[in-house]
Design a protein around this ligand. Structure first.
Ligand SMILES: [Zn+2]
Length: 71
């Protein structure tokens, strides 16, 4: 079972569209919270670090993202 497969109801169509990008996704669900991938940082050893933030309010319509998990 892949991570980030929790069912959620996007609060608006803009969020639904943002969540539908499978490749190069920026919004994703982890540990029951909506997160936004902020940056990929290349590391000296050839790997990369990911900087992510928990998104508490939808940047498109301003509703609390928690509401997407309550149905
Ligand atoms: Zn929204």
């Amino acid at each position: 079972m892949a991570a980030g497969e929790e069912p959620l109801e996007p609060c608006c169509k803009d969020m639904a569209a943002a969540l539908s990008f499978e490749t190069g996704r920026h919004f994703f669900v982890e540990d029951g919270a909506l997160r936004l991938l902020v940056a990929h940082t290349p590391l000296l050893d050839g790997g990369e670090a990911e900087l992510e933030n928990v998104v508490r309010y939808c940047p498109f319509c301003g509703k609390p993202t928690e509401a997407m998990f309550e149905h």
